[in-house]
Design a protein around this ligand. Structure first.
Ligand code: 9D3
Length: 233
């Protein structure tokens, strides 16, 4: 997969991309992330990428021309056009299902904005899909873009290696995690549940499932009923 990111702050991505699973995916040749600075496509003497909103109002708006030019430049670098994605508070809520869908694409082009928002012609002219990562106010689309990159990268075949964590995830899909323990057996009078020391794998598995269900019902009633469990049902 190739992921392009159009941003005013390419530096903001570098540390994250170079220290995460994303780096491993890139080293394995499964992913290539290409950062482009929208400011490189600004015109005129002041290199501006934002301007005052027509009709008045607070704040500044991202201009369409540098974004169109940057996108067209980046798209020309590869045969496959890919999926255009605008990170925006007005977008479709990001979810594991959407991450799964995006992981099937050959190429993603993420557009991360700053300021009060985009000139509407970015939407009408480029017809990107819009993604929000949740109902809270951030200062820009960079962190949401990193969230999307991280969630999608983990789903690319070969990135995690075919260890249990992938299986575990699908096993307990839609449930919160069960309680986990590691050494020591007793820490400040708090004991590890006896069943986990019993070596009885079937009992351990049903204890974990029960714990996961209780926890889900208590903390995330909105998820209850969502769970798919291939072993049990
Ligand atoms: C307080 C500013 N708001 C005034 C009506 C609008 C606004 C514009 C730009 C709010 C946030 C932003 C910057 N956020 C994003 O670009 C963003 C975002 C987010 O803030 N929350 C969740 N997901 C996303 S995806 C992109």
């Amino acid at each position: 997969m190739r992921i392009d990111v159009l941003t005013l702050f390419p530096e903001a991505f570098e540390n994250i991309l170079d220290t995460s699973i994303v780096q491993r995916a890139q080293q394995k040749g499964l992913l290539r992330v290409v950062l482009s600075n929208i400011r490189d496509f600004s015109r005129g003497n002041y290199n501006s990428v934002d301007d005052k909103p027509y009709g008045g109002g607070p704040g500044m708006v991202m201009m369409c021309e540098p974004i169109f030019d940057c996108l067209e430049h980046v798209e020309a670098a590869e045969e496959v056009r890919g999926r255009r994605i605008l990170l925006s508070p007005q977008g479709q809520p990001f979810s594991q299902d959407l991450a799964q869908e995006l992981a099937g694409e050959e190429r993603l082009i993420l557009i991360a904005g700053r300021y009060e928002g985009f000139d509407e012609r970015v939407r009408t002219g480029l017809k990107p899909m819009e993604i929000s990562i949740g109902d809270y106010v951030l200062s820009g689309g960079e962190i949401p873009a990193m969230v999307v990159i991280d969630a999608v990268t983990r789903l690319l075949p070969g990135v995690l290696g075919h260890d249990d964590s992938v299986k575990q995830e699908s096993f307990s899909q839609g449930l919160l995690e069960y309680p986990q323990y590691t050494r020591p057996e007793v820490f400040r009078d708090m004991r590890v549940p006896e069943i986990l020391l019993s070596g009885h794998h079937a009992n351990i598995e049903s204890w974990r499932l029960e714990q996961a269900r209780k926890r889900t019902a208590q903390r995330r009633p909105d998820l209850a009923g969502e769970a798919t469990n291939s072993k049990q049902e």
